[in-house]
Design a protein around this ligand. Structure first.
Ligand code: C5P
Length: 421
């Protein structure tokens, strides 16, 4: 892909150099387009050396090629990181007073803004209005991360990790032109990862869930505008960065996860959906030893583990819903291997019925299928009146996450908008 990397004049400009590297390492051709004030933070030689392209900031350079039009026409994606409040305001106003704003005004490809600024600037009504307008106009605006800012203060406004911007930018490019739901105003709870049930202070019973699918769902929902609480058990991959749209709560055991889901539901009135992607242990040791369980060196015997059932959290949510305690749309996940008598799809359908969830995503799992992989093959089963409808999805876990969100949105009667590009 040919990517224009717009760099606004903020201290986070140095992180854009790392973003540039991420793109070029994956074979993308990156044209850096810093504003004049960005060059006060990181100079031309850095951008030119890292990209192999000359740097221009004004439409009055390279005039004979009508540079802003030429660049915009050839680009597959424009990423602006950091996007300053001023730059976004200029784009909202349709200004074209430097090469970057003129290029954005001309571009028809997806444009992604990654804002970074102090919390007060981010929360100022003018910035909020501008961000809302950019989104309304079809641009992708990534919410800034919450954390340490320039100086000693911290809050919302930090430029997200370059890997996160990279992921979001490529996601925007791949969904260009697709009709995706607008989940603004929607509140979702997503669980992800595998629980661990302690045996003693050092050992636990766990499972092979990597957490990738649940994290992809939480991120896809937040990307589409939902407010997401991600309840994250143990994962193989690093946890995503939290933001205003994506709040993360870490848990370990099934009981902790149940408690966190209950707290996230609160009075049950404001959550629209719960997506139970986590692999929750069905059993836990009856008791947890206070000190490490020792082997007896003089004997060959081994301790016998006594297990007790964990609550089925999803079933509990279904029952609470039938008692009118909440109205959330309930999505379960099932990992099935199939058996001699039943196919994975059959097992999925009977699980949807027995669990009573509104929707079930069934994955076929085996030693090297699904768990820990980026690719997945799944069937989305949904109850519609007396019928069960199914849709097969084969692709990346991000593809499945988007497809699932589209299905969930249609059940929540949420409309879609077409992604720019
Ligand atoms: O019955 P099974 O474990 O296959 O169901 C999987 C679904 O149920 C997943 O959505 C999982 O998050 C949820 N689950 C649960 N509580 C359990 C076990 C599974 O909520 N104790």
């Amino acid at each position: 892909m040919r990517i224009i990397l717009g760099i606004g004049g903020g201290i986070a400009a140095y992180k854009a150099a790392m973003l540039l590297r991420l793109f070029t390492e994956q074979g993308h051709d990156v044209v850096p387009m810093p504003t004049r004030s960005a060059l006060r933070f990181v100079g031309e030689p850095t951008w030119e050396a890292l990209s192999g392209h000359p740097v221009n900031t004004s439409v009055f350079e390279d005039v004979e090629s009508v540079n802003h039009v030429r660049q915009a026409e050839r680009a597959d994606l424009v990423v602006v990181a950091p996007a300053t409040a001023d730059l976004m305001a200029r784009v909202v106003g349709g200004r074209a007073d430097d090469l970057l704003s003129a290029t954005i005004l001309t571009a028809t490809c997806p444009v992604v803004f990654a804002p970074a600024m102090h919390t007060q600037m981010w929360e100022n009504p003018a910035t909020r209005r501008n961000v809302a307008q950019l989104r309304e106009d079809g641009y992708t605006v990534i919410d800034p991360a919450v954390g340490r800012l320039t100086g000693h203060d911290s809050g919302a406004g930090r430029l997200p990790d370059p890997r996160e911007i990279y992921r979001r930018a490529l996601a925007a490019a791949s969904s260009a032109g697709a009709a995706l739901p607008d989940l603004t105003g929607c509140r979702l709870v997503v669980t992800a990862g595998g629980t661990r049930e302690a045996l003693d202070p050092v050992r636990y019973l766990g499972n092979r869930s990597s957490g990738k699918q649940g994290i992809a769902i939480a991120q896809a929902a937040a990307d589409l505008g939902a407010s997401v609480e991600l309840i994250l058990a143990h994962t193989e991959v690093s946890a995503p960065e939290g933001s205003e749209k994506l709040r993360i709560r870490r848990v370990s055991s099934a009981l902790e996860l149940e408690n966190a889901v209950g707290e996230a539901l609160g009075d049950g009135r404001s959550v629209d959906g719960v997506i139970m992607t986590a692999a929750v242990a069905d059993f836990r040791p009856r008791s947890v030893a206070v000190s490490k369980i020792k082997k007896d060196p003089s004997a060959d015997d081994a301790p016998t583990l006594e297990l007790v059932r964990n609550p089925d959290i999803l079933r509990g949510l279904v029952e609470a819903k039938s008692r009118g305690e909440h109205g959330a749309f309930l999505v379960g996940f099932a990992a099935e291997t199939g058996s001699e008598d039943h196919t994975v799809a059959e097992l999925g359908e009977s699980k949807l019925v027995s669990k009573g969830a509104d929707m079930l995503v069934v994955n076929e799992v085996g030693t090297d299928l699904v768990f820990g992989q980026d690719q997945t093959a799944a069937t989305i089963l949904v109850r519609e009146a007396e019928e069960i409808r199914s849709e097969a999805v084969v692709g990346t876990k991000i593809d499945l996450a988007r497809r699932l969100m589209t299905r969930v949105a249609s059940h929540l009667n949420i409309g879609s908008r077409t992604a720019r590009g």
